[in-house]
Design a protein around this ligand. Structure first.
Ligand SMILES: NC(=O)c1ccc[n+]([C@@H]2O[C@H](COP(=O)([O-])OP(=O)(O)OC[C@H]3O[C@@H](n4cnc5c(N)ncnc54)[C@H](O)[C@@H]3O)[C@@H](O)[C@H]2O)c1
Length: 371
């Protein structure tokens, strides 16, 4: 869709393309790059309810530095046009929820695999040598059912003390579970292989749980923000499983730092994948997060328990040693501080009613809401 937003920004530089740039991580990355003086081209289908607010915020905050193409990554022409002029590409657009992938595996495949291949091919044909950083996921390692875990109070932790101390490293074998795991995993492998087969300057960040401002967290994806949003509104939270599953959470500014560093250091990290999360120091269970939210809000959170969901890992914590070393990252923000920041942001920016799980508004309706 060509729209009034796609007028070139005024910086005169080649843009940095962020697919999914209206989304949670994408808009935080766009904000950072625009603050650094770059011209950012956001390509986003506004498939996720509520993200049009992020795009409006970006455009208000950085007049002249943000252009937008309200387009789908499945659209060859639009992807080629955007890729042709970019000086770097961050590929974050995607079908992001395991639940949705189970309901509609074809769309999940088309968006995540075909969309990624389209972008890689567009760069290979029209703009070779342009760095591309891809947003992958810890789901490429499967459910880790072979890792022996034991209960430690409100949390599941590995019985192996070394694993408990370091987390899951990149040497872990790939084991795609669920259509989402398969589609993101396939895309992850294509991105790495384009470095091998075609010498493309690509790299992959396999993220666990990123959280922070501008996240439209829902039951389907973005649980940290989702829990806080519900609790602040005095609404109950549904927990799938026993709530003792553990994740390492990373504040979005730290994730953005990693993306920028991967681009800047592409010469040394080309063709590599890195696990990116808060690491063992920021590993918490769902129940531990709920308790902390109760402290933050000063009132009890009502919880309801349902069965485990497909592919849900009892324990996943990233070993971030390689990422920190190769990308020169500082210690991640301690999770309690990050939670305070997110709670503060949410109090000032209460979510719109339409951020229900991947609900009903058409792309056209969302595009109209972009000012
Ligand atoms: N947030 C996390 O914790 C996390 C963890 C692991 C991986 N990831 C990956 O990181 C990326 C960004 O995640 P996020 O949390 O910012 O999600 P998000 O849903 O906020 O952002 C994704 C963006 O992609 C857009 N999009 C969806 N389908 C599209 C399509 N067909 N064409 C163009 N745009 C489309 C959406 O409108 C949205 O703005 C995703 O690829 C996700 O799989 C995120």
């Amino acid at each position: 869709m060509t729209d009034s937003l796609s007028a070139p920004a005024r910086t005169g530089q080649r843009p940095i393309l962020i697919t999914g740039g209206a989304g949670f991580i994408g808009c935080n990355l766009a904000d950072r790059l625009a603050r650094d003086g770059h011209h950012v081209l956001v390509l986003d289908a506004l498939a996720r309810p509520g993200v049009e607010r992020n795009l409006n915020w970006l455009r208000r905050t950085h007049p002249g530095r943000i252009s937008a193409a309200i387009e789908d990554v499945r659209n060859d022409g639009a992807v080629a046009a955007a890729a042709r002029e970019a000086q770097a590409v961050f590929h974050l657009a995607g079908q992001v929820a395991v639940t949705t992938s189970l309901a509609d595996p074809w769309t999940d495949f088309a968006v995540n695999v075909e969309g990624t291949l389209r972008l890689l091919e567009a760069l290979r044909r029209h703009n070779p040598g342009t760095p591309l950083i891809f947003a992958s996921t810890n789901k490429v390692y499967g459910d880790l059912a072979d890792v022996t875990i034991e209960r430690a109070g409100d949390a599941w932790l590995p019985a192996d003390p070394a694993l408990r101390e370091r987390g899951i490293g990149e040497e872990r074998r790939l084991d795609f579970h669920t259509p989402y795991g398969c589609s993101k995993g396939a895309a992850d492998q294509y991105v790495l292989d384009y470095a091998r087969s075609f010498g493309a300057p690509t790299a992959v960040l396999r993220m666990s749980c990123i959280y922070g401002p501008h996240q439209m967290g829902t039951e389907d994806q973005g649980w940290v923000a989702h829990f806080l949003i519900r609790a602040l509104a005095g609404q109950p939270i549904t927990i799938f499983g026993d709530g003792r599953q553990v994740r390492d959470v990373l504040f979005v500014d730290d994730a953005v730092e990693a993306y920028v560093a991967a681009w800047r250091r592409i010469g040394s990290v080309r063709g590599q994948a890195f696990n990116l999360g808060g690491g063992p120091a920021n590993a918490i269970s769902l129940l531990q997060l709920v308790r902390h939210i109760e402290m933050l809000t000063g009132r009890p959170v009502e919880t309801e328990f349902r069965g485990w969901r497909a592919g849900d890992q009892r324990y996943y914590v990233s070993d971030i040693t390689r990422a920190r070393r190769a990308l020169g990252l500082k210690q991640p923000l301690p999770w309690r501080q990050g939670l305070d920041r997110l709670a503060d942001w949410l109090r000032h920016n209460p979510p719109a009613a339409d951020t229900t799980p991947f609900a009903a508004h058409s792309r056209e309706q969302r595009a109209e809401a972009v000012s």
